[in-house]
Design a protein around this ligand. Structure first.
Ligand code: KG4
Ligand code: ZN
Length: 346
């Protein structure tokens, strides 16, 4: 069985071909990030135009790399939310057209749920062999992306949200903080790298208090960085001192934010007595999160599942994977499927 995955919820336009439940045959991604960089954030109109221009090429490239023809496809899985309405519509319209034209079923996929199956997409090695990993029956999910931060409890396919961000998502906080520090967009990867050159104890950021124990707040730390940087009068410092201040802020920011994520995730895992934690979303590429969560969870007998690096950011491989899972459970979306920018997990 071959499934075509389609992802166009934000700045990526991606198509993937999955064989069976989890063998990734191709995963082509065209990012419009370079077009947004001058604006310091994603411009929705630019993102949707890029998807419209690219979708056909990306689709053909995905088929070619997978060595399959359109007529070999058995299922189309597409992101229908949450995300930017213009971008989502490009993918949904393309998917519906393909489903109708090829006479194959269509399954709409929730982008957030797909991030949490990314660790269970198998990428073949040079000999085409794959290592399979099964989704655990009970686990705590940690979704950390540019748009969402969420801790969820998964039990026999049922999902309960334990906590979410009450303001900025963690990726958004990385991006906004990097902007304040003049490090460009997106901020996550550069802040992650720079943090190893600074002192993580240089700036003390107060841990925000939430009414619900597993909720997060990241807008306060961004404002604290802004005040700190203003107080330091960066423009009046020597270049060397300026760089030291920036590195120290990056290191202190990363250390605080990752501690908050790790602590709450482990507490949730202990509360629900699970033996597995599954992480997904762009911030799952973060090196400190990977290291600390893996080590601290292992110390209490919990295994952490991270996606391979190539599947941390938005990609159609995870959409296809989630689509097959839903299809096997009997889900069919049909041609009435429409994009839902505010789609919720439960
Ligand atoms: O999941 P994603 O592609 O987008 C959404 O679905 O929202 O995540 C993008 C986010 C950006 O905010 C980016 O700065 C962040 O992931 N990111 C990172 C790292 N790599 C990407 N954040 C922290 N550390 C990283 N290494
Ligand atoms: Zn995403």
């Amino acid at each position: 069985m071959f499934t075509l995955g389609i992802e166009t919820s934000c700045d990526e336009t991606s198509c993937a071909v999955l064989e069976g439940l989890d063998k990734l045959r191709s995963n082509v991604i065209s990012s419009s990030l370079f077009r947004h960089k001058p604006f310091g954030g994603i411009v929705p109109e630019i993102a949707s135009r890029h998807s419209l221009e690219q979708i056909d090429t990306v689709f053909n490239e995905a088929l070619e790399q997978a060595k399959v023809k359109a007529g070999d496809l058995d299922l189309v899985a597409v992101t229908y939310g949450p995300g930017l309405i213009g971008s989502l519509l490009v993918g949904v319209c393309f998917a519906k057209t393909l489903s109708y034209r090829l006479g194959i079923p269509l399954v709409g996929v929730n982008h957030l749920e797909a991030h949490l199956v990314a660790p269970f997409v198998s990428i073949p090695d040079a000999n085409g062999k794959i290592k399979r990993a099964k989704v655990p029956a009970h686990f705590i999910g940690l979704l950390v992306s540019g748009g969402h931060t969420m801790i969820s409890y998964h039990e026999k396919q049922r999902v309960k949200i334990l906590g979410e961000t009450v303001d900025d998502a963690v990726g958004e906080a990385y991006d906004k903080t990097a902007k304040i520090l003049g490090l460009g967009f997106p901020g996550g990867p550069v802040m992650d790298k720079l943090s190893y050159e600074g002192n993580p104890k240089a700036v003390l950021f107060t841990k925000p208090k939430q009414d619900r124990p597993y909720d997060f707040s990241f807008s306060g730390i961004k404002t604290a960085v802004l005040y700190h940087v203003q107080k330091q009068q960066l423009d009046k410092q020597s270049e060397t001192h300026r760089q030291t201040i920036i590195r120290d802020v990056a290191a202190s920011f990363q250390s605080s934010v990752i501690s908050w994520l790790v602590d709450k995730t482990l507490r949730a895992a202990e509360l629900k007595k699970v033996k597995d934690i599954v992480v997904g979303g762009g911030v799952s590429a973060n090196s400190l999160l990977r290291k600390r969560l893996t080590e601290e969870a292992a110390a209490i007998g919990i295994k952490v599942w991270f996606p391979p690096f190539s599947l941390t950011l938005d990609n159609a491989g995870m959409i296809a994977r989630r689509g097959v899972e839903l299809y096997q459970k009997g889900k069919r979306s049909g041609l009435k499927l429409s994009a839902n920018p505010n789609l919720k997990v439960v």
